[in-house]
Write a protein that binds this ligand. Structure first.
Ligand SMILES: Nc1ncnc2c1ncn2[C@@H]1O[C@H](COP(=O)(O)OP(=O)(O)OP(=O)(O)O)[C@@H](O)[C@H]1O
Length: 259
């Protein structure tokens, strides 16, 4: 297998401990390119830690991790930055700069590929400005381009954050609880957007969620996590809400047992 047709993510026997806390236990998972995978689990089950490993933000305590065919744990410096450039991230708290315009926030997604500091929209190359406006159009916010980011609703801010992540032309998008701070309608909009963009750009999306309904509605594959372990890995299509709720219930019960 060549690097170019390798799976998006291959994790084997991954464990992570922080002092006495075991955040991940012997996790193995292969995600093929173009898949939309939902990591489902309660708070503290290890979803964020797993996503952070996939972007090289954490070093495993044990196990192997390959992303886009490359051993992420061995990369350093420029090689690590180059691989990270192929992996976009969106977060629960959006991480926009509220006093900057929406367009400037989107443009910052292109910074890794540019030299020198940039201040203001006009300091970015014309091609990047054109691309930023195109991405804003895709997320339905072209008319907000020159508005301050902190005047937007939460759902709109998350769509700006997605447009910013798309500026780096990622092959994988890691989304860590992207709708946890949003109301149900905005949550559906953001998840629909992620699905449509994934299909259009042939993106691999790995998204952590804690709501079963959203996971079943938007995931192709559900990976259930509990206490740092993968306890479920199944196509969403074959999973009924009742079954998923039972699994989730068991997660709750098991977690209650260990607390
Ligand atoms: N830097 C760290 N130092 C110490 N413990 C950590 C650290 N990061 C995570 N943990 C612990 O690892 C476990 C897994 O946390 P993680 O954030 O991955 O879970 P999660 O499923 O993403 O939960 P949430 O949805 O609340 O973020 C938790 O017990 C957490 O307290």
């Amino acid at each position: 297998m060549t690097v170019s047709d390798a799976p998006a993510v291959e994790v084997h026997g991954l464990s992570k401990t922080y002092g006495q806390v075991t955040a991940l236990r012997d996790v193995s998972l292969t995600v093929t390119r173009g898949e939309i995978v939902v990591l489902l689990g309660l708070s503290g089950s290890g979803k964020t830690t797993l996503l952070r490993h996939m972007n090289g933000l954490e070093t495993p305590s044990a196990g192997d991790l390959r992303v886009l065919g490359e051993d992420l744990t061995r990369l350093r410096g420029r090689d690590l930055r180059r691989l990270r450039g192929r992996i976009g991230m969106v977060f629960q708290q959006f991480h926009l700069v509220g006093r900057l315009t929406v367009l400037e926030n989107v443009l910052t997604g292109a910074l890794a590929g540019l030299r020198g500091p940039r201040i203001g929209v006009a300091s970015y190359p014309r091609e990047q400005r054109r691309r930023a406006l195109t991405q804003l159009d895709r997320v339905g916010l072209l008319d907000k381009a020159y508005q301050r980011a902190d005047t937007l609703s939460g759902g709109q801010q998350q769509r700006v954050a997605i447009a910013r992540a798309l500026m780096q032309r990622p092959e994988i998008l890691l989304a860590d609880e992207p709708v946890a701070s949003l109301d149900p309608e905005s949550s559906d909009q953001v998840m629909a957007l992620l699905r449509d963009i994934a299909a259009e750009d042939k993106l691999t999306v790995i998204c952590s969620l804690h709501q079963v309904e959203l996971a079943l509605a938007w995931g192709q594959r559900i990976v259930g996590m509990r206490s740092g372990s993968v306890v479920l890995d199944t196509p969403a299509a074959g999973l009924t809400r009742e079954t998923a709720m039972r699994i989730y219930g068991r997660m709750t019960a098991s977690l209650a047992e260990v607390q």
